[in-house]
Design a protein around this ligand. Structure first.
Ligand SMILES: Cc1ncc(COP(=O)(O)O)c(C=O)c1O
Length: 370
């Protein structure tokens, strides 16, 4: 029995007819770039996120850029974030002309440590981007309090956290803006690329909406220099269909996580994910920490169990960011975790039998090792 890391075909089979009809409806109306299917999705996604506005765009990377640029962040500004994330978080900061400042993570949740965020604030700091890594929201109460005290914008990188909650509030709804990716493998994934920014700030929403459509509110009348960052109609239609299933899919992921936790408990060679009291984790990724991670991953692959690593190199040590001058051991927790984190297969359709196989094999590998 194969256990893939992710099975998008299984998901498609479960909603095939709805998806095919939605795609056909877009083709019938030839509403391919922006348009009514995107607008409908934006309104549905805003309510899902408990926000007033959602602006669809081309990717999660673009969503982060739109939010930063829309808030006026640029040359000479510093934006604080974590190094244990996908590089897009930092790329968007750099694309605006600002400088990413990386702080270390909390060892239990792998999210931003609020005290280290506060310590990294300088007169140049304009914003903070907490990343809700793996589907669990960062400690937003402390982060908001510190940010407000220092007059900083808060942009949530919620690209892995569709439907996650913190004290009952949904990802994206707490900061000034929340950025989402609809990359196909996400909890809410498009059939191609896609992204969105959610916000309760009407002025920011209007700026981002205008910017992503060449700076025009009326066709060929340009009030600002913008960009083409519209969402495709086909993606809007697919996402509307899938959004209806998202709560159930997230619930299924949570149940899968509970079974993993139970079956992997009492194994002293590994650490299972910790769900913080205030958080509702949606397990975009179920990451354990294990010694000899690469050997375990290879042994599992030999048994047809496919895992991932998110991410093998923290951003401050990536070649692309070497110019910032971070030394090894500058963010010790992030650096230690990247060598141990192993993402096990996780998706809503994953069966209990598959989870049992993964856990049995991990135990067997451990027994051989000791
Ligand atoms: C934390 C995080 N930020 C940003 C992004 C960028 O999203 P996209 O791939 O849609 O550009 C991703 C996607 O992988 C992500 O996981």
């Amino acid at each position: 029995m194969k256990v893939p890391f992710l099975d998008l075909q299984a998901q498609y089979r479960s909603i095939q007819q709805e998806i095919n009809e939605a795609l056909q409806a877009v083709i019938d109306r030839t509403a391919f770039a922006g348009g009514p299917f995107v607008e409908r999705f934006e309104s549905e996604f805003a309510s899902f996120c408990q926000c007033s506005f959602a602006i669809g765009c081309g990717s999660g990377t673009s969503a982060l850029y739109l939010a930063l640029h829309g808030l006026g962040i640029g040359e000479g500004d510093e934006v604080i974030t974590t190094a244990n994330t996908f590089i897009a978080t930092a790329e968007a900061i750099s694309a605006c002309g600002a400088v990413p400042v990386f702080v270390d993570i909390d060892e239990q949740t792998y999210n931003m440590d609020p005290e280290l965020f506060e310590a990294a604030i300088t007169p140049k700091t304009k914003a903070v981007i907490p990343v809700h890594l793996y589907g669990q929201m960062a400690q937003m109460d402390s982060i908001m309090e510190i940010a407000r005290a220092h007059d900083l914008y808060v942009i949530e990188d919620a690209c892995q956290a569709h439907g996650a909650e913190y004290e009952g509030r949904r990802a994206g709804s707490i900061g000034d803006a929340g950025c989402f990716s609809f990359y196909p493998g996400k909890n809410l994934g498009a059939y191609g690329e896609g992204g969105a920014v959610v916000t309760n700030n009407a002025e920011l929403a209007e700026t981002m909406r205008t910017y992503r459509d060449h700076g025009q509110k009326k066709k060929y009348y340009h009030s600002m220099i913008g960009w083409n960052d519209r969402m495709d109609g086909l993606q809007g239609a697919v996402l509307s269909v899938k959004l209806k299933h998202l709560d159930a899919w997230n619930e299924a992921r949570r149940e899968n996580a509970q079974l993993y936790n139970k079956l992997l408990s009492n194994m002293d060679c590994l650490v299972t994910p910790v769900e913080a009291d205030a958080a509702k984790h949606v397990y975009h990724i179920y990451a354990i920490r294990v010694q000899e991670r690469d050997t375990v991953m290879k042994a599992l692959a030999e048994k047809d169990i496919h895992c991932g690593i998110h991410y093998p190199v923290p951003i401050h040590l990536q070649d692309a960011y070497r110019f910032l001058g971070y030394e090894k051991n500058s963010l010790p927790i992030a650096e230690r975790c990247v060598d141990e984190l192993l993402s096990l297969p996780m998706f809503a359709e994953l069966s209990n039998v598959q989870i049992e196989k993964v856990c049995e094999q991990i135990k067997a590998i451990h027994e051989v090792a000791v």
